[in-house]
Design a protein around this ligand. Sequence first.
Ligand code: ATP
Ligand code: MG
Length: 245
Amino acid sequence: MIKVENLDVVYGSKNASNHVVRSVSFDVGRGETLGIVGESGCGKSTLLRSLAGLERGWTGSIAFDGKPVGTARSREELKLAQMVFQDPYGSLHPRHRIGTALAEPLRAMGLGDGWSEASRALRQVGLPEHFANRFPHELSGGQRQRVAIARALILSPPILLLDEPTSALDLSIQAEVLNLLADQREERNLTYVLVSHDLSVIAHMCDRVLVMQNGIFVDELTKADLTEGVTHAAYSRELFEASFL
Ligand SMILES: Nc1ncnc2c1ncn2[C@@H]1O[C@H](COP(=O)(O)OP(=O)(O)OP(=O)(O)O)[C@@H](O)[C@H]1O
Ligand SMILES: [Mg+2]
């Protein structure tokens, strides 16, 4: 479903350049959830944003479902991979009602006013339809993240890119949102790439994990490796001991 080859992202100009993602290659199968872990600043969000079409300064190749996509995306291409961010405040306009926020991607694609889809999307993520009239600040953090997930799913993308989707939430709400993501994945046969600092989140959701350090992947772990505490690179061991255990 996702094939990335030799992806590079360099920020800045020649004299002060920062090579953030360094010739990264990986595949994700349809229905699979790939985890990405690594310390702050190693390039995880930059990688996801490049996949999502939000970052334009990349080189290399990205293909979804066998079709290559470029740095400038067509409407159809933008529909393929949608992103969910850590802080739903960042992706929801504070003065737009929830219904407007949900309908907006449909309107932008010229697919009608989006109101009936907005109601259905709210139901699908376990929220009452009348929340369409509320503003983001009138929802709890978990409810806001449900809205952000509903919004990411409203164009029925086959791929979700999840950047720390639960780390801003209370522990009990985290589990609810993860279950929602797992249910949606099953129902729609979605493919996920999930960035998280939390090993229990990764172990719960992911089939496979890539460990990133300074813009490259230094290790790949299976679900069995995670549960048995197996690592193949010294850095992964260090990372897991420092931040997860
Ligand atoms: N738009 C940008 N312009 C310039 N530099 C950037 C930009 N976005 C990110 N960077 C830099 O790229 C590097 C990687 O950032 P990125 O956000 O991808 O890290 P991350 O792995 O997601 O970290 P965290 O775990 O803290 O979210 C950092 O050094 C950051 O300062
Ligand atoms: Mg990040």
